[in-house]
Write a protein of this length. Sequence first.
Length: 207
Amino acid sequence: MADRFRGFLPVVVDVECGGFDCERNALLEIAAVPIEMDAEGFVHPGELVSTHVAPFPGAELDPRALEITGIDVTHPFRDAKEEREALDLIFASVRRAVRRYECQRAILVGHNAAFDMSFLNAAVRRTGHKRNPFHPFSAFDTVSLAGLVYGQTVLSRAVQASGLEWNGNEAHSAVYDVDRTAQLFCRIVNRWKQLSEAFSPLSEAAA
């Protein structure tokens, strides 16, 4: 894995939020899935970790965003963690995966990765967290990858174009979206590996 991605471990991240402004709107859900690799070099999603997040003090909640996600921040069984505790949970799991694959650090994979990264980094700044395992600005974006491979950039359409199932009733949940994004990323990476291996003898013969 360290050789495949230049010392980085891909970790798929999805966040659900109370709006689109990472400085003003609350981070409400976060889920992460490290990418694993088998002995043949094919990748697959690892163990998913997720948590609900309590709005930070003074955070704004856009009713339109809550309508899309279906999140009820007042639900008695939501069991939301404060931002610092939520980051501790996610980051500890990611660091273990980074060490297991002897990588230098994690690199965020997301669908519209800049959005997820902006909310993650904003939470890191607010909490003063010093052990963020992710690269601060580099990412793999499945929007670009799926657009290249399948001609689709919307997550639901890209997932279906890859041959995976999509359940619209479960969408806009961090757990569901991160699972579908992880599966999509793995399909793209594995397809590239298969194509590279299929054409490598032709390349060697031509040389």
